[in-house]
Design a protein around this ligand. Structure first.
Ligand SMILES: C[S@@+](CC[C@H](N)C(=O)[O-])C[C@H]1O[C@@H](n2cnc3c(N)ncnc32)[C@H](O)[C@@H]1O
Length: 259
């Protein structure tokens, strides 16, 4: 059994951003998700045979790896890994195969821990650099939410003990979508209790709307009575917007346990 790094009573694992001094400085002590994952393992939340159904580039497992890790992805180039601990000589076996996290080819309760990192970002201009996260294509945020939640449900089906889900509360179309609450509701319905939450500071700051639909012409750009260009928006259909809700620059890792 590969023991995760031992907890240090003088330097406890923190829920937000890493050790307190660094949080006060507003820089994350977890340099990346792999350091976060190592801390999560330190608290005993990643045990037994582990499934990562959104393996991607495998960056979660660069600092620590469990005894037996299966890493799959929809993208066959990123899928089909069977991984042993980092210090093991037989560390990587591979048979590429696309696996959809909404339809996992495993029996119920097959893995003790499932670590799920879906493409959870809703908005912003699609960026080719985000291809590795599966968020580079434009999708309706409702479709993205449905995908994430059905993935949570499917991951819960195959997880016998711990289910870890990366997600983010976000402002989209002028309202806050409480993704963390929705993920929690689905996990609860599947029989899991929330036992912890980590907030990882970093990454792209959520964008704020620069413009909104013109209320005078309802975005048409035309005055409905005169048929000429709408005055308040100069015919563009958009007017400057003020910020409606707080933006975040953190993502959340929720930890659920099957009682
Ligand atoms: C946020 S990234 C995961 C990054 C990963 N944790 C890492 O360390 O590199 C989301 C991943 O989900 C994958 N993905 C998107 N839709 C999927 C689906 N339906 N089934 C399986 N994987 C999917 C994407 O290809 C992408 O690799």
């Amino acid at each position: 059994m590969t023991a995760p790094p031992a907890p240090d009573p003088d330097n406890p694992v923190m829920a937000i951003g890493g050790p307190p001094g660094k949080v006060a400085a507003r820089t994350a002590d977890w340099a990346d998700n792999s350091e976060l994952i190592a801390d999560v393992a330190r608290l005993g939340y990643i045990v037994g045979t582990v499934l990562d159904p959104t393996y991607g580039e495998g960056t979660f497992w660069k600092a620590w790896r469990p005894d037996f890790l299966v890493g799959t992805d929809l993208d066959p180039e990123k899928s089909g890994w069977i991984l042993r601990p980092l210090d093991s000589s037989l560390s990587r076996l591979r048979c590429p195969k696309s696996v959809d996290f909404t339809d996992l080819p495993y029996l119920d309760l097959s893995f003790e821990t499932v670590v799920f990192d879906p493409p959870y970002k809703f908005n912003g201009t699609p960026d080719p650099a985000e291809e590795r996260y599966g968020t580079h294509k434009t999708t309706r945020w409702q479709d993205r939410l449905d995908l994430i939640l059905s993935g949570v449900d499917e991951c819960a089906r195959v997880a016998s003990r711990y289910l870890l889900v990366k997600c983010q509360d976000q402002v989209v179309s002028g309202r806050v979508v409480w993704q963390t609450d929705m993920v929690t509701d689905v996990a609860n319905l599947a029989g899991f209790d929330k036992v912890d939450r980590f907030d990882f500071i970093g990454g792209r700051v959520q964008p704020s709307n620069r413009t909104k639909k013109c209320p005078t012409c309802a975005g048409t750009g035309t005055n409905q009575h005169t048929g000429i260009d709408c005055g308040p928006c100069d015919g563009s259909g958009r007017v400057p917007a003020s910020q409606d809700h707080a933006r975040r620059y953190s993502s959340t890792l929720l930890v659920f346990e099957r009682p």
